[in-house]
Design a protein around this ligand. Structure first.
Ligand code: SF4
Length: 131
């Protein structure tokens, strides 16, 4: 229905969701947010095929796979700890308390959003990220 309306009325949507399989289906461009900050922005196919921010990677790895054989082969990235309170966000990179790649400076510096390839932006001061 949303796609029909979009075509008929020439609409642009800002679609906010947690279900990333749905997001891929409906979006042409995606911004991933963590505790109120954008951490990665890219066209839909680029984001799903080449996620760079550790939070994006963790979100994508959590998408259920319907095929049991493929599901058994896929590796889920488990985040450490609990989601911090939005009333008391961590210093520096908001994600540093849960990031598997965090380094010393991550708790002090707010990472800048950088364009790593045309139209693909990532906010992580430790790029290139392993994994
Ligand atoms: S800046 Fe540091 S804590 Fe933040 S996502 Fe990058 S590696 Fe992780």
């Amino acid at each position: 229905m949303l796609e029909d309306l979009q075509e008929e009325m020439g609409l642009t949507y800002l679609f906010v969701a947690h279900d990333l399989s749905m997001v891929r289906h409906i979006s042409t461009r995606i911004g991933v947010m963590y505790l109120g900050r954008l951490v990665e922005i890219a066209d839909s196919d680029e984001l799903y095929e080449n996620p760079l921010h550790p939070y994006t990677k963790a979100l994508l790895s959590a998408i259920p796979v319907a095929d049991p054989q493929l599901s058994a082969k896929s590796k889920r990235l488990m985040l450490q700890g609990e989601l911090p309170s939005p009333m008391h966000v961590p210093s520096g990179c908001h994600f540093h308390t849960r990031c598997m790649y965090a380094e010393e400076g991550c708790s002090r510096e707010v990472p800048e959003m950088k364009e790593v390839s045309p139209g693909h932006f990532v906010a992580c001061s430790c790029l290139p990220i392993k994994g």
